[in-house]
Design a protein around this ligand. Structure first.
Ligand SMILES: C[S@@+](CC[C@H](N)C(=O)[O-])C[C@H]1O[C@@H](n2cnc3c(N)ncnc32)[C@H](O)[C@@H]1O
Length: 510
């Protein structure tokens, strides 16, 4: 039988596939070892493909197990968000009003001399100091041009990076009709061209604005978060029930991991929007900022996999029905009695509840409980607004002085049941979103451990509750194991590891 596969090292016929990418072959282990230095940078479990609907996207080149690292990469470029409070252009942290200094060259406020010397600050510092523009204090809206300047700087100083940036999607045409476009045009002409006297064409500047809008990721490693553009990560398509999720290393690399079992040839996806927004808000956001109407399975299933996450309850008493949007875009219809309610009414109800939530003191257990009770019969239990408050409550109960030991039996049971309910919901609609589920698993473990402590059941039954608590801890550690220690999720993972040690000893002793 003829063998068409050639060894990646010696070109002789080969049979052993590289298990990392399943894309190339070797004639022997020895040649695989010798080739590794070269192949390492291309050994990945995905390839770039494209189609008409999505443009470029990634597909798996082999089966991928849940929680595998798919990609870790450094940013091409980073900087402050378009809308931000004043931040240091060296370390990205908020500028303290009584402890800052002006950069000796460009007069922009910085934390320290060390931050002034940070290479990330070089582009704008170079441009602005050359222009001799004297502005003090720096108006807040000036920050919107920093990342744009950092990108433009690469044209002359790092052409290969400039080329990589320019290969990314910018949706220049579609953006021309958006409200933000006018703003960016003013920024480009008044700030970049006139004040900072830069010789970039309007088209060039606006294309960079588009690239940032479509591809930048919010990085929560500073307060406030900064934004960064990553090359390969930009190729992940959106899915509101994605099969991958992202986190960051302390060094600012993005880390993409699988959340579920992925089959060879499946598309790899992350969620561009907040996966805990309702369908209307996710789709509007994606349309306004990424210029496509999402048609993922979650967006096209009005029940969102039977969860009714974006639905409202039918007000026909004793009906127990649920209202869902109809295809005519004018009415919502009850899944039991078929009565219809105009879109406008449902939307204004949801808006009103949304406003009440933004005014709600989410640090007050009684107020959160009262709010949830008030919405019973108005919203189904998995509705996104309710989920928002329940999530807050799942953390809040037991957070005050004395911890869970001081919580009433009723509140402890409430915490346990909310955690259980939300874990099930998130497993259904967003199985790859590990942060939220990791935190819920931790809280669930804590409530179970406290229930066991209070229990007057026999040793065997207590041991069963503790085992369930330990299983939650185990899941929490697995879900949060890639989170950096400087983020709360990383710290929870550390705590979970410690608790696991204690709990295992306790279970053995019992
Ligand atoms: C970060 S880029 C992804 C890479 C892009 N497809 C490309 O070729 O450069 C985001 C853009 O990809 C497209 N896209 C991503 N996910 C999509 C989806 N689920 N449906 C349609 N278009 C999508 C949209 O044009 C979106 O603005």
């Amino acid at each position: 039988m003829s063998n068409l596969n050639k060894c990646n090292f010696c070109q002789n016929s080969a049979q052993q596939k590289c298990s990392g990418c399943q894309q190339i072959f070797y004639c022997s282990k020895e040649h695989q070892k010798l080739d590794w230095k070269c192949h390492k940078k291309n050994c990945q479990c995905f390839k770039i493909t494209s189609n008409k609907e999505i443009g470029r996207f990634l597909s798996a080149t082999r089966d991928i197990k849940p929680n595998e690292i798919i990609l870790k990469e450094k940013p091409l470029i980073y900087g402050p968000a378009q809308e931000t409070i004043p931040v240091c252009l060296g370390c990205n942290q908020e500028i303290s009003t009584n402890n800052y200094r002006l950069c000796s060259k460009c007069q922009w406020p910085m934390c320290s001399e060390k931050c002034e010397a940070n290479p990330s600050h070089l582009p704008e510092c170079n441009f602005i100091s050359k222009s001799k523009a004297k502005i003090s204090p720096i108006p807040k809206h000036f920050y919107q041009c920093i990342l744009v300047l950092r990108c433009l700087y690469q044209k002359q100083h790092n052409p290969s990076l400039w080329k990589k940036l320019n290969l990314l999607e910018s949706h220049c045409k579609e953006r021309q009709t958006t409200p933000g476009y006018y703003n960016e045009k003013v920024m480009a002409t008044e700030l970049i061209q006139k004040l900072f006297k830069m010789e970039f064409s309007l088209d060039e500047i606006l294309k960079v604005c588009g690239i940032i809008m479509v591809n930048a990721h919010e990085v929560p490693l500073s307060e406030p978060p900064y934004v960064a553009i990553y090359e390969k990560t930009s190729m992940f398509e959106n899915n509101c029930s994605s099969n991958c999720s992202k986190t960051f290393t302390e060094a600012g690399e993005i880390l993409i991991t699988s959340g579920v079992q992925i089959k060879k040839d499946d598309h790899l996806s992350i969620c561009y929007a907040d996966p805990l927004w309702n369908t209307t808000n996710r789709r509007m956001f994606l349309n306004e900022t990424k210029f496509f109407w999402c048609t993922c399975k979650r967006c096209t299933d009005l029940t969102e996999f039977g969860s009714y996450f974006s639905a409202v309850s039918c007000q026909n008493k004793f009906d127990g029905g649920i209202l869902l949007p109809t295809n005519d875009d004018e009415n919502w219809i009850c899944n039991k009695c078929n009565s219809t309610v105009p879109n406008l009414l449902v939307n204004s109800l949801l808006d009103k509840i949304g406003k009440e939530i933004s005014d709600l003191d989410k640090n007050n257990v009684s107020k959160c409980k009262a709010f949830i009770n008030k919405l019973k019969g108005i919203l189904p239990s998995n509705n996104f607004h309710l989920v928002d408050v329940k999530l807050a409550l799942s953390q809040l109960i037991g957070q005050t002085m004395g911890g869970l030991a001081q919580v009433s039996n009723e509140d402890l049971e409430l915490k346990r049941s909310i955690c259980e309910e939300l874990i099930k919901l998130t497993e259904t609609i967003i199985p790859s979103e590990k942060r939220v589920r990791g935190l819920l698993k931790f809280e669930h473990h804590a409530s179970l451990a406290e229930l066991a402590r209070r229990s007057n059941k026999n040793n065997q039954q207590i041991k069963l509750i503790l085992k369930e608590s330990a299983l939650n801890l185990q899941d929490c550690i697995e879900l949060l194991k890639y989170e950096p220690k400087i983020l709360p999720e990383g710290q929870i993972c550390e705590q979970a590891r410690k608790n696991m040690n204690d709990l295992s000893k306790f279970i053995i002793e019992k």
